[in-house]
Design a binder for this molecule. Structure first.
Ligand SMILES: N[C@@H](CCC(=O)N[C@@H](CS)C(=O)NCC(=O)O)C(=O)O
Length: 209
């Protein structure tokens, strides 16, 4: 199985999942140019990571890559130890929130020029995006006041949240009202799989917000 990633991107979620499986896998590290190259567009016409190539199988879209890893390595419990219908639905609820709502809200911060023209409009859009991100992050912060991880055990949803928190720090989003994230970041950065993927992606641990 080969995983395509960009350092620090949302691809750190399936990357960590593969580390958790303990299986051998190949890693292809892309950059802003190679993610739009003709060769890679044949794998993912959207020009985005993550993607998995496994023989004739190509999987794109973050959650789908996780589903594929989970189906191949169910014993790794990347979707948590509560495999009941309710437990798996709760996990999917968090993944959908993280992928479709929270991740999406960062779009203007990474590339405001793709949304509006002009410096003033772009600055305003970035401000609005930050407000939306702060609003959305109240939900995981509340949950982490009750449990160490988003669901009953550590899952890929926690790694997706961790990725979003690293982006929040990069864009200097003020999350000082949210008291539960620093302990969560510490727990996640103690994970052996996370430690390994950060090494492979040549990223520093952030420690706190
Ligand atoms: N909906 C897609 C979003 C993937 C996505 O936005 N990937 C970003 C990195 S986090 C990317 O590859 N961006 C490259 C670009 O847009 O140039 C998914 O879930 O996989």
């Amino acid at each position: 199985m080969k995983l395509y990633i960009m350092p620090g991107a949302c691809s750190m979620v399936p990357h960590t999942a593969l580390e958790w499986t303990g299986a051998d896998y190949e890693l292809e590290i892309l950059d802003q140019d190679s993610v739009k190259s003709e060769d890679y567009l044949r794998i993912n016409p959207q020009g985005a990571v993550p993607a998995i190539v496994d023989g004739d199988t190509i999987v794109t879209q973050n959650i789908a890559t996780q589903v594929y890893i989970n189906a191949n390595y169910p014993e790794a419990n990347i979707f948590g130890t509560d495999t009941s219908p309710a437990g798996q639905a709760k996990l999917m609820q968090w993944l959908a929130f993280l992928n479709a709502d929270l991740h999406k809200a960062f779009g203007p911060l990474f590339a405001a020029e793709g949304f509006v023209e002009g410096d003033a409009a772009q600055e305003n859009l970035k401000k609005k995006a930050k407000e939306k991100i702060v609003h959305l992050l109240r939900l995981p912060n509340e949950q982490l006041g009750k449990t160490d991880y988003l669901t009953g055990s550590k899952t890929t949803a926690d790694i997706y949240l961790y990725a979003a928190l690293t982006w929040s720090k990069k864009f200097a989003i003020d999350l000082s009202d949210y008291k539960n994230f620093d302990g969560f970041i510490k727990r996640i950065e103690e994970d052996a799989g996370v430690t390994e993927i950060l090494r492979q992606e040549e990223l520093e641990k952030i420690g706190s917000l």
